[in-house]
Write a protein that binds this ligand. Structure first.
Ligand code: GLC
Length: 419
């Protein structure tokens, strides 16, 4: 009898366990090895909790991802529970996500307050920060040494060094070498790159924090003209279609002297299959004149729970797991992505794996935010008009001055009586 009862108990517990297990779908982008890493973390979470997690694979482009999310959320999609979200989206998607403030209350103080603030809209924490982002200038140590060059500090120096090394190496037989790769496709990444050129040249930040549209100015135009001069000289004409992964492809096969990219490219560049393993380092982005403050655009990715999800509790559990100290530490070491938890910048294992990482703390803290908090629900439009004007300039359709003048008119229309 006792045996029977025990068996019944076991069956009942198992059934009960199954009934409580949730199936959660997470939409996440496919840049670098993000999806492989997430799959590994999901397996651990499943083991720990009994829940099942599936991936909804999104394109690497932030802009394409945003367009898709917006459609799904507008339609009240119940199939996706958790969304990996870009740092700029919080004000635009806030209404579609649940408030995580209470769920995060025990850990919230461990995060950088500015990052928490970026994901807080009208007092609601709409997403939990998973990693932050601030780009670097990647440079080939071996090539700079070989040609007796210092690490460049200004855009002009960088272009000159890039050209000289490119020319000499091509003469010596490395025909496919380019001086500088970056992201000039017409998408959000170009907004980030161009904001860096403009801000570091004293040309403002497109729309200032007080709402003023500042982008139509001479310094901004000069910064865009300078970038235009790189196309076809130190940068391949194809850069006009490059996003992060295309630049990394050229870099990682050993075909670029310099690259502007986000920290994820560091671990991948040092991977076993990389032609530049051990041959490169990173530094802050160049500035207009020596002594100017570097201006990296602030990036970063978060996790939000859909208000249409039928598995909100389990989804919150997953979000907490993926943003925990343990998960962020692994992400830092394996993916070289910057933690959003303050203590991890003093972690000796992270510093050992990626010496640049502790040095990146002041850099992302000082990074320039895109005007998403200022232009709120209109940010995506602002950004797409901006990258459009920049892309036209770089591809020779209108001068920088003409395109910025037009952009100013468009942005004024978009703003109407206020942001
Ligand atoms: C990186 C940044 C993100 C940015 C994107 C642009 O992923 O983290 O904030 O929008 O690049 O391509």
């Amino acid at each position: 009898m006792k045996k029977l009862l025990t068996a019944a108990f076991i069956v009942a517990t198992a059934l009960c366990g199954t009934a409580e297990a949730a199936e959660i779908a997470v939409a996440a982008n496919s840049t670098g090895k993000n999806l492989d890493f997430l799959r590994k973390m999901f397996a651990e979470f499943e083991e720990k909790t009994g829940h099942k997690v599936s991936l909804v694979t999104m394109p690497p482009s932030s802009s394409e991802q945003f367009a898709q999310y917006r459609l799904w959320l507008a339609a009240g999609n119940k199939d996706v529970d958790v969304y990996q979200t870009d740092v700029i989206w919080a004000p635009q998607l806030a209404d579609q996500f649940i408030d995580l403030k209470e769920a995060a209350s025990e850990v919230i103080d461990q995060f950088f307050p500015s990052i928490i603030e970026s994901q807080t809209v009208e007092g609601r924490l709409v997403a939990m920060p998973m990693f932050t982002d601030a780009p670097a200038l990647f440079y080939r140590k071996d090539l700079l040494e070989k040609h007796g060059k210092e690490v460049p500090k200004t855009w002009a120096d960088m272009a000159a060094v890039a050209k000289e090394i490119q020319d000499k190496e091509r003469e010596a037989g490395q025909k496919d070498l380019w001086g500088f790769v970056f992201q000039a496709n017409a998408y959000e990444g170009l907004t980030c790159n161009a904001l860096e050129w403009i801000k570091s040249s004293g040309g403002g930040q497109i729309v200032e924090p007080d709402g003023t549209i500042s982008v139509n100015n001479e310094k901004a135009a000069a910064a865009l003209d300078q970038a235009k001069s790189w196309i076809g000289t130190i940068s391949p004409p194809g850069v006009l279609a490059y996003q992060e992964e295309e630049s990394r492809g050229v870099w990682q096969t050993g075909n670029a002297v310099f690259m502007r990219n986000w920290p994820y490219a560091y671990a991948l560049g040092n991977g076993e299959d990389s032609a530049v393993k051990g041959k490169f380092d990173v530094t802050t982005l160049p500035v207009a004149a020596a002594g100017d403050k570097p201006s990296s655009t602030l990036g970063g990715w978060n996790l939000a729970v859909s208000k249409y999800s039928e598995e909100q509790e389990a989804s919150i559990e997953l979000v907490k797991f993926l943003t925990s100290t343990e998960s962020q530490k692994r992400r830092a070491i394996e993916q070289s992505q910057l933690p959003t938890l303050q203590a991890l910048y003093d972690d000796p294992e992270i510093a050992e794996a990626h010496p640049f990482m502790p040095q990146w703390k002041p850099i992302f803290q000082d990074a320039v935010p895109r005007p998403s908090a200022t232009t709120k629900v209109k940010y995506n439009e602002v950004s797409s008009r901006f990258w459009g004007a920049v892309h036209n300039t770089l591809s020779g359709s209108g001068t920088a001055a003409e395109n910025l003048e037009l952009l100013e008119i468009e942005l004024n229309e978009l703003m109407g009586s206020g942001w």
